[in-house]
Design a protein around this ligand. Structure first.
Ligand SMILES: NC(=O)c1ccc[n+]([C@@H]2O[C@H](COP(=O)([O-])OP(=O)(O)OC[C@H]3O[C@@H](n4cnc5c(N)ncnc54)[C@H](OP(=O)(O)O)[C@@H]3O)[C@@H](O)[C@H]2O)c1
Length: 296
């Protein structure tokens, strides 16, 4: 049997050691990393990887797209997909900064809790996303909006940059996402008061919501946080919280390591799908969410 080989491409100076470990532990025999890769270089690299092996062994070859920019990663994934030629097709997977699998895990755990504890699905749910210009927040917004949620991107420095992100989501996925100004404590509290679900995907070590904000939000049902670096993103939501009571109005908290557990298995599971699949795969946050739902 031919060895399984993963070519890991990043536009950054370094490939993430986390993703290298994950790929090797998931079963790839050989992992090669390529740094400072431009969008224009993705196609020739992909074709170089696929033409070197017989069509039978092509399926045991994969391309992974990393980085720190959700839109660039999606463009690189599309560039790789467009450069594939039958019968040499290989599998492709984008997960920049682990964000697609993290966002998928966050939405999957939130969905499970919302359904089990409140009898509701994501369709029609009112969701505020803090840290929306980051890779995790952006991916979480697309997944939620594609599931029919009413998503609001909260801008920590005003609405200009989240408006740009919302327009990009509309252009790429045809989804509507609202924006709100979270540059002041008063603004963040007002936004929280109008939603059922708060997803905190802000920078590591940044507290986004205080206990008093949660106490002033009677409609809030779930607050989920992916920041594992103190201070945590939501006061009162501990790392391992998985539906723990939060505040005086019956809300529930989901913490970074409860989400991380599902994220880890989702990323690992998608790598395993690449090595085991009988047909070429193209994996992004959509396939990540489909798998995370089965793991949550
Ligand atoms: N639990 C897990 O499994 C897991 C896995 C991966 C990542 N994470 C965590 O997920 C979070 C998001 O990751 P990421 O890669 O998307 O991070 P990121 O690129 O650093 O972006 C985070 C977001 O936070 C915003 N932000 C920066 N300073 C802020 C402030 N003072 N107040 C509010 N928002 C602020 C950023 O805005 P700008 O656009 O202005 O920078 C951006 O929108 C991080 O906490 C990361 O550690 C968790």
């Amino acid at each position: 049997m031919a060895k399984t080989i993963l070519h890991m491409l990043t536009p950054l100076a370094h490939m993430s050691p986390f993703d290298v470990n994950m790929a090797a532990d998931a079963g790839f025999d050989v992992v090669a990393t390529y740094t400072n890769v431009t969008l224009a270089e993705v196609s020739p690299l992909t074709q170089d990887a696929m033409f070197s092996r017989s069509p039978r062994d092509a399926l045991r070859t994969g391309i992974f797209i990393a980085g720190k920019d959700a839109f660039l990663a999606l463009d690189m994934l599309d560039a790789a997909a467009k450069s594939l030629l039958k019968p040499f097709e290989i599998s492709l997977f984008a997960d920049p900064a682990g964000s697609f699998t993290t966002a998928a895990a966050m939405l999957a755990v939130v969905e499970k809790t919302f359904r089990e504890k409140f009898g509701r699905g994501l369709a029609g749910a009112e969701i505020a996303i803090y840290g929306a210009t980051g890779v995790v927040g952006t991916a979480a917004g697309v997944i939620g909006a594609l599931e029919g949620a009413k998503v609001v991107f909260v801008g920590h420095d005003g609405t200009a940059r989240v408006t740009h992100h919302a327009a990009e989501l509309k252009r790429r996925f045809g989804v509507d996402v609202e924006v709100a100004d979270g540059s002041t404590a008063q603004g963040r509290r007002a936004i929280l008061g109008g939603v059922e679900i708060a997803l905190c995907a802000a920078k590591a070590g940044v507290r986004v919501l205080e206990a008093a904000d949660v106490a002033a939000a009677p409609k809030l049902r779930i607050a989920a946080d992916v920041n594992a670096v103190p201070p945590l993103g939501v006061e009162g939501v501990e790392l391992f919280a998985n539906g723990a009571p939060l505040g005086p109005h019956g809300a529930l908290g989901i913490g970074a390591l409860a989400i991380g557990n599902v994220k880890y298995r989702t990323e690992s599971g998608l790598f395993k799908q690449m090595t085991d699949s009988a047909k070429p795969l193209k994996l992004d946050f959509r396939q990540a969410f489909a798998l995370a739902r089965t793991l949550a």
